[in-house]
Design a protein around this ligand. Sequence first.
Ligand SMILES: NC(=O)c1ccc[n+]([C@@H]2O[C@H](COP(=O)([O-])OP(=O)(O)OC[C@H]3O[C@@H](n4cnc5c(N)ncnc54)[C@H](O)[C@@H]3O)[C@@H](O)[C@H]2O)c1
Ligand SMILES: O=C(CO)[C@@H](O)[C@H](O)[C@H](O)[C@H](O)COP(=O)(O)O
Ligand SMILES: [Co+2]
Length: 415
Amino acid sequence: MFPFDEQAIGRHQRGEQSVLPTTHPSEQSAGLFALGAPVTHWAVKATQSVSYEIQLCDDVFALDNLTLLEDVTPAGGRPRRLLVVDANVDRLYGARIRAYLEHHDVIHRICVIDSGETAKAMDTTLRIIDALDDFGIDRRREPVIGVGGGVLLDMVGFACGMYRRATPYVRVPTTLIGLVDAAVGIKTGINNNGHKNRLGSYFAADRTLLDRTFLGTLPHRHVSNGLAEVLKIALIKDGRLFELFAQHAGQFVTTRMQHPADAATELLERAIQGMLEELQPNLWEKVLERVVDYGHTFSPTLEMHALPELLHGEAVSVDMALTTVLAERRGLLDAGQRREILAVMAALRLPTWHPLCTPDTLGRALRDTVRHRDGQQRLPLPIGIGSATFVNDVTDAELAEAARALAEARFEVTR
Ligand SMILES: NC(=O)c1ccc[n+]([C@@H]2O[C@H](COP(=O)([O-])OP(=O)(O)OC[C@H]3O[C@@H](n4cnc5c(N)ncnc54)[C@H](O)[C@@H]3O)[C@@H](O)[C@H]2O)c1
Ligand SMILES: O=C(CO)[C@@H](O)[C@H](O)[C@H](O)[C@H](O)COP(=O)(O)O
Ligand SMILES: [Co+2]
């Protein structure tokens, strides 16, 4: 007989959460069982809602900008914050960040970490966790603030998701990839055993503040790197975004997304909007046919094997060039469209080929991605420019043919 807990009834009647042996289906909070029947199994079902804000916030560390401290509870006395800041960002903006925190009387500590793909690992993540311990962060009311690119934010999110099983955090992306992609979704992660993003979690930041002024110091190569992820969205779902590239690709890179101002703003907004349209309905990736996986079938292996030579977006670009040729050979887009796409990649100073694109490496990459996608290729391919389909039947021979065709086209671009 299931032990009957009088207190539980009281808690339940007071509306407190509890799991009760219940007699009426309407009361069955977890589809449990009728009283008196032998207990053989429990079916527990609960849902957790996730909501988070992403907002444009230029000059986030301007003394009169209080956005970052909006979550400070006045009743809590002097606010305390731990910041995890990318080393290059600290070199460029550290004095400003510290002046801001001192001006607003925030008790703070800044953990400075190296980023770059080779630092995206457990040892760096554990350093962030050590900083959480040393600072003595309160569990819920002192969100960690991550200031950096996608590598840093992926590690901060991963660390915070593990620390006390969930410690809130705020993201301040400082690279273009961060602004349009890494700080938009809820995926966190690190590389492990030579595998890209092999360890990670789905852990949403409370808030993301998008400060485009950080782009003013971003090396051009990293501007191009971020535009690869925007081009991904253009090719699989937004023809207008591709038009912006066709008109302004080179200027976006040379001006670090400052000019033409209207086009740059439209591009950023469409990129974030496009990403969120795909992410929100499938945040935990229950459905593995994901158009935002475009450019990420072969690139994880290419990026890890070429490390540190190929940046993330550059590997994505090579992947998209290869799959553009694959799509053309399947009649999904025509030669003119293929030429347009590869020309935009060249104008963005993105690679469209890499010596690692051998049949062996591409075949191995595809097999690993099939495991990542639960046994099927679920390979997004563009249909024309601005929409996509999924295929599951790409053969090694077809891959080798596409790689040969791409190599012959000599689309390799020297930066
Ligand atoms: N979580 C996600 O959904 C998601 C999505 C896309 C990409 N990512 C990840 O993002 C990573 C790539 O991000 P990234 O390109 O931002 O890498 P990154 O964090 O290594 O930053 C790139 C370089 O720019 C420097 N930097 C950062 N901000 C700067 C600034 N304002 N001015 C000057 N230099 C600056 C950094 O020190 C670093 O050297 C990859 O690991 C990728 O897997 C994650
Ligand atoms: O790189 C990332 C996420 O890491 C995004 O640009 C990309 O669109 C998608 O999220 C891809 O699904 C790749 O994600 P994953 O390999 O990290 O699972
Ligand atoms: Co990516």
